[in-house]
Design a protein around this ligand. Sequence first.
Ligand SMILES: [Zn+2]
Length: 137
Amino acid sequence: MTEPYYKPLPRPNSEDAGFWEAMKRHEPVCQRCSQCGTWLWHPLVQCPQCLSFDLGYEKISGLGKVFSYSIVLYNPSPVWSDAVPYVVATVTMEEGIRMKLHLVNCDLKDVKVDMPVKMTFKDVTPEWTLPQFEPCG
Ligand SMILES: [Zn+2]
């Protein structure tokens, strides 16, 4: 059973509903243009490369390396104040896209640029699963 979750939850729209459905299945995915193959992050309605509207979701490895990160020591929002300190990492995925998520299961002193990470999944409510990164390899 999950603990009560009071932090903000996604509000899916037509562009990212497929992403959140995949998160629920614990499956790393990213939006990709069916015409030119460009990976898109964040989800869009139209490919910025070829202007196609033919976009879908494809499985990705879920593996990447830390490009940059922030250690959050203070958050004025009451719903986040109990979470500090936490790490938000921008990760270059194997597919070349950069995703920004919480980095968990890692001591603050151990976070480093180029550190290998993998996408993991946290079921925060019965309806919602949020992606995170954690160290690997
Ligand atoms: Zn395209």
